[in-house]
Design a protein around this ligand. Structure first.
Ligand SMILES: [Zn+2]
Length: 249
């Protein structure tokens, strides 16, 4: 198996807690394998509340995200866009490219191309643009780090594993996280504000159980008690071998 020169993984998702829910167990596995891990959210989660103003909730949620990342020695970043207003436009692409330039990831996780919330879809486009282009010298004024180039790109499951029309997504890659799920759930539990918000907005009082159930359902595909599923971007210019499967299957 060939491993990239930079063993640097970046989770590039929309909101604080998306990483823990969608790829947290795989990030734990990568950290355990010695990879440098970064978790970036497009927004600070400024609308994830029914009681606080946007500044207080943003402060609380970025601290929750930082604490969760620290549990696996990961670095947390935020693009400081706004919930519900994430767009694929020139300024936001530039922010994403600069972030990629600083991190120099060789492995990227982002949202499914079709997902229940449009912030997720826009972030997926941003990740695709930044991953394809960040290694081009003229695309950013930031210095180009050694090893920069088109990374492995994986789309996480959409929420509940279904697209916006209700169709189940067929993954290319299913990663066993049964040994990492406890830590994943501990990371998720750092997002205390969201347990309350979900209860108020969705009427769900089972923040951790929802994730546990989804991971168990994905685990059934490979005979594991818990798994996370991905679709790999294998098109032109991207590395097409399934590095996650090679490392962890
Ligand atoms: Zn989200």
């Amino acid at each position: 198996m060939t491993q990239p020169q930079n063993r640097i993984a970046l989770s590039f998702l929309a909101h604080p807690d998306d990483a823990e829910i969608l790829c947290g167990g795989t990030l734990v596995r990568l950290a355990e394998a010695g990879w440098e891990v970064h978790i970036c959210t497009a927004t600070p989660g400024d609308c994830g509340t029914t009681t606080q103003n946007r500044w207080d909730i943003s402060s609380a949620r970025t601290q929750e995200a930082r604490r969760a990342a620290a549990m696996i020695g990961a670095t947390y970043h935020c693009l400081d866009e706004r919930d519900l207003f994430v767009v694929f436009d020139k300024p936001t692409i530039a922010k994403a490219v600069d972030l990629f330039r600083r991190v120099a990831p060789s492995l990227v996780f982002t949202h499914a191309r079709s997902d229940y919330m449009l912030d997720h879809e826009q972030v997926s486009l941003l990740a695709r643009a930044a991953s394809f282009g960040y290694g081009a010298p003229n695309v950013s004024n930031l210095p180009l780090r050694a090893g920069s180039g088109v990374p492995y790109l994986y789309y996480c499951d959409p929420i509940e594993g279904i697209d916006p029309l209700g169709n189940e997504v067929q993954p290319t890659t299913v990663i066993d996280i049964s040994g990492q799920q406890a830590k994943k759930l501990a990371m998720l539990a750092c997002h205390a504000s969201q347990r309350e918000w979900l209860r108020a907005h969705h009427g769900i009082d089972e923040y951790l159980d929802m994730t546990r159930r989804h991971d168990a359902r994905r685990g059934q595909r490979i005979g594991a008690s818990a798994a996370e599923a991905f679709v790999q971007h294998r098109g032109h210019a991207y590395p097409a071998n399934d590095i996650l499967r090679e490392m962890f299957a």
